[in-house]
Ligand binder design. Structure first.
Ligand code: 13P
Length: 236
């Protein structure tokens, strides 16, 4: 399966940062065998879109659970399609924690994305407490069961992002990633890509990408630095 590297810029960058960043990573993007996606904040979608003659694809960090209407602050899947967005991150742990997003809400968001032709990137993963209690696989299975209800699993991307690994510089061991990804694979089948996210960087990318059932990376802070992100891309 072709590897997929997604830059989740979170709530960072402004319009002046975008063009120099993309110019700096472009040689690595062109030389890479991976699919590369940039997921900026909504206001920057049109700025990145202006650079899309380059072999990059565009992702959004969220999508509304509603298709259109009186939902102030929401962004509809159809509006994302209008911006040439191909992927939408759904259920990131920051949104689950800060905006109380549930598996059921994520399910609605993914249904809207798929109806519009956007591939959802469904984020799952256990908290530090759940890991300590040995609940990792149970948590992940529940998130998949509830989040992917009535969804053709071959049409989604799953990102395993242990909450305790995000922004901490700590990652699970290769064995832990392999075990969890194997459990996810059993549920989503052979055709869904399964990404790893959580402190993925230019130093550990090659090792993580070699783990069985790791089909790519969802990169946070290391995706904000063009040199670091370019070297991640170069590992593929
Ligand atoms: P970091 O790479 O900064 O740990 O963030 C990971 C993440 O949340 C990507 O969605």
């Amino acid at each position: 399966m072709k590897k997929l590297i997604i830059a989740n810029w979170k709530m960072n960058m402004t319009s002046v940062d975008v063009v120099p960043f993309l110019e700096e990573i472009f040689p690595s993007v062109e030389a890479s065998n991976a699919d590369i996606v940039i997921a900026p904040s909504f206001p920057l979608l049109s700025v990145v879109r202006g650079q899309l003659e380059k072999p990059l694809m565009l992702g959004a960090q969220d999508v509304s659970a509603f298709s259109k209407g009186a939902y102030t602050g929401d962004v509809a899947a159809e509006q994302l399609v209008d911006m040439r967005v191909k992927f939408a991150i759904v259920g990131h742990s920051e949104r689950r924690a800060q905006h109380n997003e549930t598996n059921a809400l994520c399910n609605e968001k993914m249904l809207r994305a798929l109806e519009a032709g956007i591939t959802p990137v469904y984020c799952i993963g256990e908290s530090a407490e759940e890991k300590k209690n040995g609940e990792t696989l149970a948590v992940v299975k529940k998130q998949l069961k509830e989040g992917l209800k009535n969804i053709d699993t071959s049409k989604v991307i799953v990102a395993y992002e242990p909450v305790w690994a995000i922004g901490t510089g700590v990652t699970p061991t290769a064995e832990e990633i392999e075990t969890t990804h194997a459990a996810i694979r059993k549920i989503v089948g052979a055709h869904a890509r399964i990404l790893y996210g959580g402190s993925a960087n230019e130093k550990n990318a090659a090792e993580i990408l070699h783990i069985t059932n790791v089909d790519g990376l969802l990169v946070g802070s290391a995706s904000l630095n063009s040199h670091k992100f370019a070297s991640i891309i170069q590992t593929v």
